[in-house]
Design a protein around this ligand. Structure first.
Ligand code: CS2
Length: 528
């Protein structure tokens, strides 16, 4: 050891919990008395900052709802948190940051490495709830069910006892319970998809029917898939956060998480096999959450994506910095008020102006460095559910779509720029996007773009009337048509010539996508 070695603080774990400084909040219950009642797939930062924190707040009232956190791919979270007995720090980034150690995760598993343990947990009688945050792409969805051509689904249908996908695991767990004569668990999707529970239910039933029609019937009659809306801005953790937590708490936490103080969870109250007392933690339980989920996707996530693509082209790094750019902030506000709100069916009592003001204030939060690059990930999955549904509704209502097309055109320029500069694209369609993006901006008529494996994303567009998905004639705005041929993203909207024309105009309005050109396009609201 060199003389200059800095003493390493002890690791956060059950044994060091009591010695934390008084300003660090910690579990208000005896962890050893809790029982695992929830299996969660996808324990990324969002789950740990959101649902796990809510459950942490109910365990003193009801110890039956501790979490077994299951990663479907990498062992990173398990390896970071197992030595910490599942404990981690949550930092609320408000005017003054607040620290809290969350204790609701009692077990961590990595499915590909410990499949037997995962199956045993899913089949455990005490487990009555399975929750998921696996991002849009994790659901392997098709228009109205599961994408039977998705490689993970193909794999899981061939090897149902050793699944790779979340749907494969849900069905394996439910089958094990049926075979043992146990009641099923309730399945709660917590991802940013409108009608997330309904979509997951249809996908699970379709998958199960392929394997065992009687199992599908059992699931159909007995398993609830409540819908939910989740909301809290959760930037990725970084080394600065780790160092700050170590300095504040005096312990080393391998994977702290951070979020804004604002948080919301609206859940359809349909749990036939019991549920945690979520209302004690501030969860809104409702018989009908339709409207909340769409309002959040369209009024928060769509503007987020607009800031991500247009802001990146302006060479801006974070959401707060993007909001300091008057042309961009003004554009996004007009987009929300003038284009998005009129397409929404809002829940009773919902005040869109107050909601928009609160979102804009959250975006401006200077305490959070929320990278635009993080939001820009997975555009092929996000653009349809965030923007194309609104565009389809606006078209159906005869409303203008010029402004709505600008962020979509921004995504195309963003992809093209990354492809041309050889920057890796983070997206399940990355290879296809890189190929399309790197191609010349002039294009052949009806250029065929294949290889959209894993993508049935276009079919996730909500509220789009069915229609043909003919290839789009090439020509006008160089650069657009090869993207429009990606049915996985743009069908069926790509068959609507009003959309095609407006997207070409918006793409052209962004010119060479230099900051000056983008600023001009923003000022003109996407009109060339
Ligand atoms: C963001 C969301 O990364 C993204 O795409 O738009 O994660 C957003 O921060 C959350 O949905 C807020 O609840």
């Amino acid at each position: 050891m060199s003389d200059s070695a800095v003493p390493v603080p002890p690791r956060l774990c059950d044994a060091t919990l009591a010695g934390l400084p008084a300003h660090v909040a910690r579990p208000a219950y005896d962890r050893t008395r809790t029982r695992i009642g929830v299996v969660h797939f996808g324990p990324g930062a969002f789950h740990r900052a959101h649902q796990a924190a809510y459950l942490d707040a109910v365990l003193d009232a009801d110890p039956a709802w501790a979490i077994c956190a299951v990663s479907l791919h990498s062992p990173g979270v398990r390896d970071a948190l197992r030595p910490q007995d599942g404990l981690y720090t949550l930092v609320l980034q408000g005017e003054r940051p607040a620290l809290r150690v969350v204790g609701s995760i009692r077990e961590l598993l990595c499915a590909p490495q410990e499949p037997e343990a995962v199956l045993a947990r899913l089949a455990d009688r005490d487990v009555r709830l399975v929750t998921l945050t696996i991002t849009e792409k994790g659901y392997c969805l098709s228009a109205d069910g599961v994408d039977l051509a998705h490689p993970d689904i193909v794999h899981d249908l061939a090897s149902p006892e050793m699944p790779a996908s979340a749907i494969g695991w849900l069905v394996a767990g439910l089958r094990a319970r049926r075979d043992r004569g146990f009641e099923p668990f309730t399945v709660l999707s917590c991802d940013n998809l409108a009608d997330n529970g309904g979509r997951l239910r249809r996908a699970v039933l379709q998958f199960a029917a392929q394997l065992d029609p009687r199992l599908a019937d059992w699931i159909e009659t007995g398993v609830a898939f409540p819908r939910s809306m989740v909301d809290s801005i959760t930037p990725a953790s970084d080394d600065a956060l780790r160092a700050w937590v170590a300095a504040q708490a005096g312990v080393e936490d391998a994977w702290p998480v951070q979020r804004e103080p604002y948080t919301q969870w609206v859940v359809e109250d349909h749990f036939p096999h019991g549920r945690p007392p979520l209302e004690r933690a501030g969860v809104v339980l409702s018989d009908d959450i339709a409207g909340y989920d769409r309002a959040k996707l369209r009024l928060l996530n769509a503007p987020h994506s607009a800031l991500a693509y247009l802001g990146s082209l302006l060479e801006i790094d974070t959401v707060a910095a993007a909001m300091r750019e008057p042309a961009l902030a003004g554009f996004v506000e007009r987009l929300m008020q003038q284009d998005i709100v009129p397409t929404l069916k809002l829940p009773r009592g919902f005040d869109p102006d107050a909601y928009i003001d609160a979102i804009l204030a959250r975006f401006r939060n200077p305490a959070i460095a929320h990278r635009l690059a993080q939001i820009a990930w997975d555009g092929s999955q996000k653009i349809p559910v965030r923007l194309l549904g609104t565009i389809a509704d606006a078209l159906a209502a005869g409303r203008p779509i010029e402004r709505l097309c600008l962020p979509v055109a921004g995504w195309l320029h963003f992809v093209r720029r990354q492809a041309r500069h050889g920057v890796p694209i983070v997206d399940p369609l990355a290879d296809t996007l890189a190929r399309v993006g790197a191609a010349g901006s002039g294009e052949a008529k009806g250029e065929a773009v294949g290889g959209t494996a894993g993508g049935t994303v276009g079919q996730m567009v909500d509220g789009v009337a069915g229609g043909t998905t003919g290839k789009v004639a090439g020509g006008a705005a160089g650069g657009v048509d090869a993207f429009l041929a990606l049915d996985a993203v743009f069908a069926p909207l790509s068959a609507d010539e009003r959309f095609v024309a407006a997207l070409r105009r918006a793409y052209a309005a962004l010119g060479d996508a230099s900051p000056a050109a983008v600023a001009a396009a923003l000022a003109a609201d996407g009109r060339a």
